[in-house]
Design a binder for this molecule. Structure first.
Ligand code: ADP
Ligand code: MG
Length: 702
């Protein structure tokens, strides 16, 4: 169905945004709300009452009957519980009501959300609290109000609370630094995020036939198709009509919700695509990415498709990530990571750049934890994704600038270079000063950083919490070092500070190819962390350094840090456990049945043939039967080992030891089992297989 409305009319039509508030709220109330949003100040209850009433009228006009507080518990998903606006009257009629109190606070029975020990199950109280900085919206007949989620004792049970805390921490320290650099005006600094979202789109029928996709989001079995991504013919390729129709529908839905989806293209792997939005304030960008993922799945389902957001749905071809483009800007929208035309002279840029360099070097291990999940472990270090080692790419020009800072030498600008196209008819244009580096996990891309490690299904909240907090910390050190320096000596002191910081942290800078073995060796020599799996990385989350960082900026209490540690480990173990059970069932019941019927067909055919033409020869049948029987025996054995090890894993009490066992043993067993099943799959006709093959799934959409 094509939307008839124009895009500017459609865009944000389901959002209670600034424009709606300006039009509908009394002037003083609008001003109060605007001030809260712009400055992060507290909102009074009478103001909230007026907002609630206007919000309700607007929502009802737009078809809503219910409202829900919308929050982001530590499942990584979003949560909602809907209440009707209706309020029955004694005379049998109803009024439609919504109070300021209902807008500001909710009390979901929170005992079934992961708390990592922050709350015992009998302590059911949890509170949701309105986040006025992220606009409310209408979806499926309900008014959605973005909220934080806290325990009775005030501990964060969600991802939004610490994210907001981290944004404020960074703002505080950045403003201090800006003051020292002579800026008297800026009162607030924000981080901005644009997260490019990769996904696979496949036929729903195929999806429904794969228990592994249904239960775990990734294929646990499946031999490679004869064709994969080796022809490099999919990236930016012509978009197939069915996929184009999906992308169109998706954009319409996202635009209505005020989500600025802008770019779409085919990705490297067959059936893989990408959507990129225009960047927004971090908090809103995170909310919008969560919504985007949800809408992607819903629209796919409606169109008899399935959208796969898992980090590694298919072996042997690229997995999916989510590039977190991140920058810092003043309240007025000035980008502090914009080098301008003369980066070497741009002291403010250099100070902020250096703060990011220092933060990423010192807290690389914690950044690694922020993207650790069972799914993403399959992707990091694969040769399509950045390695598990964090390094930073700044490009040749900035590398030159940094070199000159280090040596105290002058930097000679190269200036913009004209592109030589070799054809006079083509319009002239200049080249960027640096090429791109697609292999760097943390790359400077002109006026922002691109953190490429987050997985496609992950909320980007964690990555940004860590990034914001780490940079807040290095900015704090900068301010501490420079406060008290007389204005006349400031530039000198700043340059000295930059030089000293660079000396300590330059080991993180790497402009070469991050996918090579040489880099891994070099990184080890430099002492950079190489944390390959979640169980390897998790101890860093509860290190003294990590606790010091988060508690000193008021982002997490020690208890909150530990609760997240428990939750991540538990989630990892549960994920692998479910994968193991799914794989066992697929092999024991489904694949075995297919294998046995094919063997039966072969043996029956062989005996019939022998009876009919005794000297016809049975070498093909015999060798197939022999090979498949050997596969079946190996399958049996490996299945037993997987089953026994999985049972053993379940018994381990300590969270870290358990996750480590799942990683080192159960996942290995799964791979062993898979390799024999996939080998057998290649000998069995498709009609006998219990599920569609890679070839069918990846190349069937038209
Ligand atoms: P590139 O060509 O480097 O991929 P794009 O302009 O296409 O650059 O941007 C890629 C992503 O980065 C988009 O989602 C975009 O909105 C985002 N982005 C651009 N500028 C910023 C910024 N200042 N802060 C955060 N994200 C940004
Ligand atoms: Mg990109």
């Amino acid at each position: 169905m094509r939307e008839q409305r124009s895009i500017p009319e459609l865009y944000g039509s389901l959002v209670f945004n600034e424009r709606v508030m300006r039009e509908r709220l009394p002037k003083d109330v609008y001003k109060a709300v605007h001030k809260t949003i712009a400055n992060g100040t507290h909102l009074e209850l009478d103001v909230a009452n007026t907002v609630a009433s206007v919000m309700k009228e607007w929502a009802i006009e737009n078809g809503a009957t219910h409202f829900t507080h919308w929050f982001q518990p530590m499942t990584g998903l979003t949560a909602e519980k809907h209440d009707g606006f209706l309020s029955p009257e004694p005379d049998g009629t109803v009024l439609m009501e919504f109070s300021g109190k209902e807008l500001v606070r909710g009390e979901p029975d929170a005992s079934s959300f992961p708390s990592g020990g922050l709350r015992a199950t009998f302590e059911a109280r949890g509170y949701t609290g309105w986040d006025p900085s992220s606009p409310a919206f209408i979806k499926d007949g309900s008014l959605y109000i973005p909220t934080v989620f806290l325990s009775y004792g005030g501990e964060a049970l969600d991802k939004k609370t610490p994210l907001l805390r981290s944004m404020e921490a960074l703002s505080r320290q950045a403003v201090r630094v800006l003051r020292l650099l002579g800026d008297e005006e800026v009162t607030r600094v924000q981080t901005t995020v644009g997260s490019e979202q990769e996904y696979f789109l496949i036929d729903k029928e195929d999806y429904k036939k794969r228990k592994d996709l249904l239960f775990t989001g990734r294929t646990l079995l499946g031999a490679p198709a004869p064709k994969g991504q080796e022809m490099e013919d999919h990236y930016f390729g012509v978009i197939k009509p069915k996929v184009a129709a999906y992308m169109h529908e998706l954009e319409m839905e996202l635009w209505k919700l005020g989500i600025p989806a802008k770019t779409k293209h085919n990705e490297v792997a067959p059936s893989q695509h990408e959507l990129a939005p225009v960047f927004e304030t971090t908090n809103i960008a995170v909310d919008h990415n969560q919504l985007t993922m949800e809408v992607m799945k819903k629209v796919a389902d409606r169109m008899d498709l399935a959208c796969l957001l898992h980090e590694k749905p298919f072996e042997g071809i690229n997995g999916s990530g989510k590039h977190n483009n991140w920058s810092i800007s003043t309240g007025k929208g000035e980008n502090l990571l914009d080098p301008g035309s003369h980066p070497a002279q741009n002291l403010r840029f250099l100070v902020f750049l250096m703060a990011v360099i220092a933060a990423v070097d010192e807290y690389a291990d914690i950044l690694r934890v922020s993207v650790a999940t069972a799914g993403n472990d399959h992707r990091l270090g694969g040769n399509e994704a950045p390695p598990a080692i964090i390094s930073m790419f700044v490009g040749d020009e900035l590398a030159g600038v940094l070199q000159s800072i280090e040596d105290g030498s002058a930097f000679h600008e190269t200036g913009k270079v004209q592109m030589e196209t070799g054809a006079k008819i083509l319009p002239h244009f200049t080249k960027d000063n640096t090429d791109r580096n697609r292999t760097s996990p943390f790359a400077f891309t002109g006026n922002k950083f691109e953190f490429r490690m987050p997985g496609s299904s992950l909320s980007v909240a964690n990555a940004n919490i860590v990034l914001n907090t780490a940079v807040a910390e290095t900015l704090r050190r900068t301010a501490d070092a420079l406060e008290g320096v007389p204005a006349a000596e400031m530039e000198q002191a700043v340059r000295q500070y930059l030089r000293d910081t660079l000396t300590v942290h330059k080991r993180i800078l790497f402009n070469g190819n991050g996918y090579t073995d040489e880099w891994v060796e070099e990184a080890h020599r430099r002492g950079l962390d190489d944390l390959r799996s979640l169980p390897d990385a998790m101890p860093h989350w509860i290190s003294e350094k990590s606790i010091g960082l988060f508690t000193s900026h008021g982002i997490f209490s020690k208890e909150e840090i530990y609760s997240r540690y428990e939750i991540l480990l538990e989630n990892y173990s549960k994920t692998v456990h479910i994968e193991s059970l799914t794989l066992q069932e697929m092999v024991r019941k489904d694949f075995t049945a297919g294998l046995v019927s094919y063997l039966k067909e072969l043996t029956q055919e062989a005996s019939l043939k022998k009876a009919l033409v005794p000297d016809a020869g049975l070498s093909l049948e015999e060798s197939l039967i022999r090979e498949l029987s050997a596969d079946a025996a190996a399958m049996q054995e490996r299945l037993q080992k997987l089953s026994a090890d999985t049972q053993q894993a379940e018994q381990i009490g300590d969270g870290l030891a358990q996750a480590a066992f799942y990683e080192s043993t159960v996942l290995q067993d799964m791979e062993q089992l898979r390799s024999v099943v996939d080998g057998a799959e290649q000998k069995i006709p498709d009609a006998f297989l219990p599920y569609p093959t890679y070839g069918e799934i990846l190349f069937s959409l038209r």
